[in-house]
Ligand binder design. Structure first.
Ligand code: ADP
Ligand code: MG
Length: 321
């Protein structure tokens, strides 16, 4: 079982940022309103994610580290109507196969429990804990030197974690996110629910007053979000963020639709800053394409492209086309 977990870990846990992603998704799924992430040495030494969510019951804690242990899917029907970020029940099993994990949780606001997992051994005890869960992952890849070799410089890895945290903050403006790297605060949001505020804290106060609101819908899709006026350009498309049902996704065609809308407004080789939230029936989106769930397949993609292009053109040119 340990070997199988190590192999599976390769798919889910590519680098420190993948661990941060899985742990924060779990915290969001647990209904948290405050999530704090701390990393040291770009997550290779430690990654700690604490939340104020539902917590995990004492008896469920060891189960959470088993393969295909998910509390989020009960039937095939659920698999095609995914509303939570996690659903494979692989993340904790995979992470604990390639690191040392300590989970503290309190599910009743009173008594805390702790579970340590290292080298396939589990130890459980009582501990002091606030309502919610705190997971610390240490010595990532200590037992998989080959994987460690793929990890790039600390600078690159920290950059990937920071991007991830920025995306989480934009995907959930109602959650108060705090992110520290080696005691330096990298990001703090208020949880006010205002996307403009989150974007200003990520991209700088200057863009705050140059964000234009987008909102519109068709029968299948609802699109809301903010696009920066074309005077705020960037050198790559990294500043375009798309979220479907609260999940950050990458989709070439939708990004292309946005670029088409900006078309003549941007100098060649420059890209906009934008964050769009798309809501749709989960049955129209297949997130089960890749273990990291970032690439998605959409039904009626052309309709959504047309809507996005039209909404952005309207917003930027201030009139309907
Ligand atoms: P998945 O998210 O796909 O269900 P994971 O391996 O990420 O699988 O997590 C396993 C289970 O552990 C979850 O289904 C959930 O019940 C529990 N869990 C993990 N993290 C948290 C958390 N922060 N708060 C509450 N429950 C959690
Ligand atoms: Mg999960």
């Amino acid at each position: 079982i340990q070997l199988a977990n190590k192999i599976a870990a390769g798919e889910v846990v590519e680098r420190p940022a993948s661990v941060v992603k899985e742990l924060v998704e779990n915290a969001i799924d647990a209904g948290s309103t405050q999530i704090t992430v701390k990393v040291t040495e770009a997550g290779l030494q430690t990654i700690t994610v604490s939340d104020n969510g539902a917590g995990i019951l004492e008896e469920d804690m060891p189960l959470a580290f088993g393969r295909h242990a998910t509390s989020k899917i009960n039937s095939d029907h659920d698999l095609f109507h995914i509303r939570t970020l996690g659903f494979r029940g692989e993340a904790l099993a995979s992470i604990s196969a390639v690191s040392k994990v300590v989970m503290k949780s309190c599910a009743d606001g009173k008594i805390g429990h702790q579970l340590s997992v290292a080298g396939g051994r589990m130890e459980q005890s009582l501990t002091r804990a606030k309502q919610g869960t705190e997971i610390t992952v240490s010595d990532l890849f200590y037992n998989t030197p080959a994987r460690l070799k793929y990890v790039k410089s600390l600078h690159t890895e920290l950059g990937k974690i920071t991007d991830m945290m920025n995306r989480f903050a934009m995907s959930h403006p109602k959650i108060r996110f705090t992110f520290y790297a080696d005691d330096k605060m990298m990001l703090q949001t208020t949880g006010s629910g205002r996307l403009a505020e989150v974007m200003a804290s990520i991209y700088g106060m200057k863009i705050a007053r140059d964000l234009v609101e987008i909102t519109g819908q068709t029968g299948d899709y609802e699109v809301t979000g903010l696009v920066a006026k074309p005077e705020h350009t960037r050198a790559n498309r990294h500043y375009i963020s798309l979220f479907i049902n609260g999940r950050y996704i990458r989709n070439f065609m939708l990004t292309k639709a946005m670029m088409t809308a900006y078309h003549t407004l941007l100098p060649i080789g420059r890209y906009p800053i934008a964050a769009l939230h798309i809501k749709m029936d989960p049955a129209l989106v297949d997130v089960n394409v890749h273990p990291t769930k970032q690439e998605v397949r959409l039904s009626k993609e052309a309709d959504l492209m047309a809507l996005i292009e039209q909404l952005i053109k309207q917003a930027l040119l201030g009139r309907s086309l």
